[in-house]
Design a binder for this molecule. Sequence first.
Ligand code: GCU
Length: 423
Amino acid sequence: MNKSVFLLLCIVMYLSIIPVSAQKFVPNYDESKIPAYTLPDPLIFENGSKVRTEKEWEKRREEILRIFESEVYGISPAWKGKIIPALLSSEANALDGTAVRREIRLTLKNGSKELPLVMLLYLPKTSERSPVFLGYNFNGNHTVTDEPGISVTGSWIRNNVSTGAAGNRASEAGRGKEASRWQVKEIISRGYGLATIYYGDADPDFDDGFKNGVHGLYDQQPDDSSWGTIAAWAWGLSRAMDYLETVAEVDPGRVIVMGHSRLGKTALWAGATDKRFAVVISNNSGCGGAALSKRVYGETVGSINESFPHWFCENFNKYNLKEELLPVDQHQLLALIAPRPVYVASAEEDQWADPKGEFLSCVKASPVYVLLGKKGFPDTGMPPVNTPVVGSIGYHIRTGGHDVTLYDWKQYLDFADLHLKRK
Ligand code: GCU
């Protein structure tokens, strides 16, 4: 064997022992290496004709929604079941007497199948019906504030040292550990309520073959376009909304759906599929959320499908390393929310989530808002850090990393005031 054949053999052998994943999905963080891409125009029908009126947009909206369902998140079933609420606890003087706090078990009943979800609800003390933020938490309701009365929720929890979860069960050690991400006192003092549910109650965050969580409410043989876990979580938010509509102190016309990271992707999909959400907030949602997939920057379609095979529908795998073939991109997800206000937040150090791709999504969703009579989102390039751009679409990039901070909440509350505050 000559020397060069030997060398070649060595390289082939070396490559074959590197895991396929490591060979395939190397994240790009270099703007100059972004492939040339063309984004599908939200205002052009699949047959090439232009969307000119609000009525035509409604048709185009359906078209885009169907593509996102069959190719990205999966199709969720229609809900024909019952929700049976049961009050588990009630505190009339929570948060130093400024709020009412309740825990409510919502039993979702579909025929003989049942699933309990526990909602933690804080409401400001006022005689008016309150606007409410609704979002999932990552580690159990008791992690959201340090108030002792909240019961420890969360099975199917990810083992997480910081929140004291062990053996996939939440524990007392997690109490208050996520308080900085929720800022309940600030929310209440600004006149808003907060409703939250542990996300794993709605669907556990692993590939369980459709057995648990809301998937388990249906006898379903999953196919390539069946609802993945993000769609299941979003569907669960719609069930939470069904309940909030029945709460006397809540204004059902002013429910703001909000989520961070994978739950930001979820909030966007919930806002796109359920028009009852008056405002939608995506915090650092990144790939499969607000960031454009076709930029192939940071986390990519192939890498997210490999790490989280249960999040999207099977069909989404067709676009692994082939983002150019995607018939939709995430600016169209934002456009599905129009004309309702949507806020996208990025963080400077969270390059994995592609802040610029999130910003560009706002820019590219803007024409739909304009068609619907709203002020467009200015295409003036990335704003400086900690300088929100606010209209019907809001955007900021703050300093720091992948997180939800008081700064983020202040912008969301201002945004909600701008759009929902009764004058
Ligand atoms: C991972 C994942 C992201 C996701 C994030 C989260 O980083 O790659 O897509 O947003 O987890 O949910 O925390």
